[in-house]
Design a protein around this ligand. Structure first.
Ligand code: ADP
Ligand code: MG
Length: 606
């Protein structure tokens, strides 16, 4: 390989190399320019783009402005007005600090800056194209700064070629502006794309209002508030009800001290808090704001400053997990039955009133600042006149007994008999304070079993029963292979498996819990092996959760099982006693509610 003498690279090339990290696409330019405007104390920021930002990006602010004689420095690499000494790196309070954004952007675009200081009458303009700098020359303009970036990557064609469609790049820009707007509600934002207004956010002192302006007011009734102070970390934000969960994590927005960040640990904590309330492959909708001492976090780990490093990552994880879990626990998560409005065609979405319509929200009331208390927990006991189901109940006749739940230490007042009805041996109908409640008996009991297993596992391994005669199964080679990996998991759940030949496995002990519930050994082990060879190892906790899921499903009463009144009562009482009772372990709802209000509406009473 031919070598060249060592040389110091020309500034333009240095800047272009830095640009490779800082300026990945038009959205990164918008991010840097808007951050500069925020650092300049702007109260209004306007972003205009053309061709998805590939042709033009203009960011205009009413911030402090740049003195004419500093304009050239602003586009020089490693030139910044935000830090001066090494100590400053320890606690960064501005969005920018690296002093390389403008230099990087200028090196891969045609850039112009027009700026006027608040305290001055004179504006000045600077033009940069590659190495050539024109100005600063006197100009006219309002106080503040306007930066225009044209034909991004015009001199780095490889980069330009890799840009996605206008729509995709434009969408990413909207995303960036939304994220920054979320954490700066006191600043007004306007985003226009080819003359079309995409975002128009008035300034507000109320972070909740800004969040709703960004994510859409129509989902307000389906949002919960979280707000907690935990070990010096404030966690607050809006959380979507489980039913708003989406297949991707796009709807999770995390902000740290006003900076939008991507953080896997926080995302994990959030999903962990929702575990069992939403289907495993989904992510909740959440806008989270974390505030903490800037000395506790290093923001200087990523050129685009989108990732940070916490001094105590586990404390942050804990704080988020606890805050979110608590809000979910306090909330009433029973989904409303989607009844159409009587005047609508059947199947209309009666559960989500449009913005402006008087709405009765069982979840939370947005009347004050962010408080957890807003999410009211609805007790099961009823203050409404009981519905008389006696007659229907009497027709049920004698019922088999199935031991449903352990007798709890203290039973909440049981629901009265006349208020419970089992329908088609599958659903249980009862009432609560807000209306009619329909429970899927299998789903709810599955959750009961799951929580019980979890509780026992937390206390130690599950009890097992030795099989007098081992059950022997024929298995595939790959199933035999995973046996070793399963060892510790099996131990925890009370299952003993051993290879019993080149193609068979012997089951020597089986969880007592499953035997008591009449679960067959062979099919259970087969399913466990099949799941384990699926290959998507999500960590041992996830694997345990999946196995407990399986056990709960097999042990739970089924649709079609007739239940005695006692059992129905126990089952319903468990809704109040266990965690996450509104959803089965797979995240599907265990109960649905038709509110009295909906009933009245359906009957034309209001
Ligand atoms: P950094 O933001 O890391 O300091 P930049 O390259 O983004 O580096 O900006 C360089 C400097 O230019 C900033 O430190 C700031 O003094 C000045 N500057 C850039 N944009 C603006 C703006 N919109 N308003 C006022 N000053 C600005
Ligand atoms: Mg900057």
């Amino acid at each position: 390989m031919p070598t060249m003498p060592i040389r110091v690279l020309p500034t333009l090339l240095v800047n272009q190399i830095a640009a490779g990290e800082v300026v990945e696409r038009p959205a990164s330019v918008v991010k840097e320019l808007v951050e500069n405007a925020l650092d300049a104390g702007a109260t209004r920021i306007e972003v205009a783009i053309e061709g998805g930002g590939r042709e033009l990006i203009r960011v205009t602010d009413d911030g402090s402005g740049i003195p004419p004689d500093e304009l050239t420095l602003a586009v020089a690499p490693h030139a910044t007005s935000k830090i001066a000494r090494p100590e400053d790196l320890v606690a960064i309070g501005t969005m920018g600090f690296r002093g390389e954004a403008l230099a990087s952007i200028a090196s891969v675009s045609r850039l112009s800056i027009l700026s006027r200081q608040r305290t001055s009458d004179a504006a000045a303009e600077l033009l940069v194209e590659g190495d050539a700098i024109t100005g600063p020359r006197p100009a006219s303009g309002p106080p503040g700064t306007s930066v225009v970036v044209r034909t991004l990557f015009f001199n780095t064609p490889a980069r330009r070629k890799f840009l996605k469609s206008e729509g995709t790049e434009g969408g990413r820009i909207a995303d960036v502006v939304e994220s920054l707007a979320l954490s700066h509600p006191q600043v007004a934002f306007l985003l226009r794309s080819d003359g079309r207004t995409l975002l128009d956010l008035p300034a507000t002192d109320d972070p909740r209002r800004r969040t709703l302006d960004v994510i859409g007011r129509e989902i307000e009734p389906k949002l919960l508030v979280t707000d907690a102070l935990d070990g010096g970390i404030t966690v607050w934000g809006l959380l979507g009800l489980p039913e708003l969960a989406k297949p991707s994590a796009k709807h999770v927005r995390i902000h740290l001290n006003g900076r939008p960040i991507a953080d896997r640990a926080i995302l994990h904590a959030l999903r962990e808090a929702y575990r069992g309330l939403i289907e495993p492959a989904r992510s909740p909708l959440a806008v989270l704001f974390l505030e903490m001492d800037p000395r506790e976090v290093d923001v200087n780990v990523h050129p685009a400053k989108t990732e940070v490093r916490f001094r105590q990552p586990s404390a942050v994880h804990q704080a988020v997990l606890r805050a979110v879990r608590r809000s979910l626990r306090l909330a009433d998560l029973v989904p409303a039955f989607a009844l159409g409005h009587p005047s609508e065609t059947a199947g209309g979405n009666g559960s989500a009133p449009a913005f402006g319509e008087p709405k009765e929200t069982p979840f939370t009331t947005f009347t004050g600042p962010f408080t957890v208390g807003g999410a009211a927990h609805t007790p099961m006991r009823s203050s409404v006149q009981p519905i008389d189901y006696r007659e229907a109940r009497d027709r049920l006749g004698p019922l088999p007994t199935i031991g449903l739940v352990d007798a709890p230490a203290s039973l909440p007042t049981p629901v009265r008999a006349v208020e419970i009805l089992q329908v088609h041996s599958s659903f249980v109908v009862t009432q609560d304070e807000q209306g009619l409640l329909i429970v899927d008996q299998h789903a709810l009991h599955e959750r009961v079993m799951f929580e019980r297993l979890l509780e026992r596992i937390a206390k130690g391994n599950l009890e097992k029963q030795r099989l007098l005669l081992p059950t022997v199964l024929e298995v595939t080679g790959s199933e035999l292979e995973v046996l070793g990996d399963l060892e510790s998991l099996c131990e925890r759940i009370g299952l003993e498996l051993a290879a019993a030949g080149p193609r068979s496995i012997a089951v020597h002990a089986f969880p007592s819990f499953l035997l008591e519930r009449g679960v067959d050994v062979a099919p259970f082990v087969r399913e466990l092996l099949a799941k384990s060879t699926d290959g998507d190892a999500g960590g041992s906790e996830a694997a345990l959760s999946e196995v407990l899921d399986m056990m709960a499903c097999k042990a739970a009463i089924k649709a079609g099982d007739r239940l005695s009144l006692e059992e129905l009562r126990d089952l319903l009482a468990s809704r109040e006693r266990i965690e996450r009772s509104t959803n089965c372990p797979h995240g599907r709802p265990t109960s649905l509610r038709i509110s009295i209000r909906d009933l009245e509406r359906q009957f034309g009473r209001c």
